[in-house]
Design a protein around this ligand. Structure first.
Ligand code: ATP
Ligand code: MG
Length: 336
């Protein structure tokens, strides 16, 4: 029997290069060998978009189009919609006694997201739903009895928390749940176009698969580079410079990258040339994805069918897990 992968994304916008290097690339690598289940986390997306449900619902098919366009094969992969698997919500409630509020507050990803929220909004926006989202992720992962979870580095604290919940559960109620493993890719976290530590939909510092050639060109030509370099013959900094980070990840012409780096260090190449070369590389990478994406426009019926049949299969798996979980917690009172 194949082992299971569970991973997913929040439908809060279109997918971008950060998703590709952090997680989609691993999913592509494993889709033939693992039973791959991909969750579109529309309930989790509401934790910080609860007042804008349209934004979430409108992005469900967009994310599905992104999946198929990058090469995830609907014949191999099960795509599921979180809101139609109510077993996940039940599991979340059942696990919520196994984690303390202080442990959730110590979760480094939650901690930095709280700081972001405090900077953005003056009022207190830390809802129960937001604080509890690591528990709902434990429910996502365990519902499908996942063995492996390929995610970006920002998700590592979530997986640690899931493993703690699983171990605690198994300790108290018996060996019911599987302890999952994290899989982090060779690019655990892609910096944003603005040099911020993470390319992220909610920051808006992304290159999306759906971006047109012109949009990509404009985004790359205005990318953050070495802020201390004013003239093109000033020596520049390559380390930590997003333009060179992207070159190193996406440009397969390693000699070109080495040449640009050494000329940049001694002030013999302008930012414009480095960026134009990067634009060429990124455009080459994205254009076939963009084309496949365009060919899916107007095929909503086909996309709905994929999501409906995947969700049905996902629900069958999750309901077996929920049955076992409730049984072990003596919550089968009326069934006996
Ligand atoms: P949001 O800003 O709404 O949180 P996001 O851009 O962070 O969106 P998510 O849907 O939260 O995207 O992330 C989905 C998956 O993609 C996760 O596994 C996450 O670790 C990975 N991922 C997202 N952005 C990056 C990135 N810049 N580098 C590496 N992995 C990433
Ligand atoms: Mg995120």
């Amino acid at each position: 029997m194949k082992k299971t992968i569970l991973t997913g994304d929040r439908p809060t916008g279109q997918l971008h290069l950060g998703h590709y290097v952090g997680s989609l690339k691993s999913r592509l690598k494993f889709q033939n060998d693992y039973d791959t289940i991909i969750l579109i986390a529309n309930i989790q997306a509401l934790t910080d978009n609860f007042d804008n449900p349209k934004k979430v619902s409108e992005n469900i098919l967009e994310v599905l189009k992104d999946y198929i366009s990058v090469g995830l094969d609907p014949n191999l992969v099960t795509f599921v919609l979180q809101s139609d698997i109510s077993e996940i919500a039940e599991l979340t409630v059942l696990y919520s006694n196994l984690v303390t509020i202080s442990r959730l507050m110590r979760n480094p990803t939650v901690k930095s997201e709280i700081i972001e929220k405090k900077n953005k909004f003056s009022n207190d926006l830390i809802t129960l739903g937001f604080l509890g989202y690591p528990v709902s992720q434990a429910a996502d992962i365990t519902a499908f009895m996942a063995d492996l979870v390929p995610v970006g580095e920002d998700q590592a604290p979530m997986l640690e928390q899931t493993i703690e919940i699983v171990k605690k559960f198994n300790n108290i109620y018996g060996n019911i749940l599987k302890v999952p493993k994290i899989y982090i890719s060779d690019v655990p976290r892609l910096v944003g176009l603005d040099g911020k530590s993470k390319m992220s939909k909610s920051i808006g510092n992304t290159i999306n698969f759906s971006d047109t050639t012109n949009i990509i060109k404009n985004k790359i030509m205005s990318m953050y580079t070495d802020p201390n370099r004013i003239h093109k013959n000033d020596p520049g900094n390559v380390e930590g410079n997003p333009v060179f980070i992207y070159h190193n990840i996406f440009n397969s012409n390693k000699e070109e990258v080495k040449d640009l780096e050494s000329r940049y260090r001694i002030g013999r190449v302008g930012d414009v040339e480095v960026k134009e070369k990067l634009f060429k590389v990124i455009e080459e990478f994205i254009s076939p994805i963009r084309e496949r994406r365009l060919s899916l426009e107007g095929k909503d019926k086909y996309l709905f069918e994929i999501l409906k049949s995947g969700t049905k299969r996902g629900r069958d798996i999750a309901s077996k897990t929920l049955y076992n979980v409730k049984n072990s917690m003596d919550l089968n009172f009326l069934e006996n």
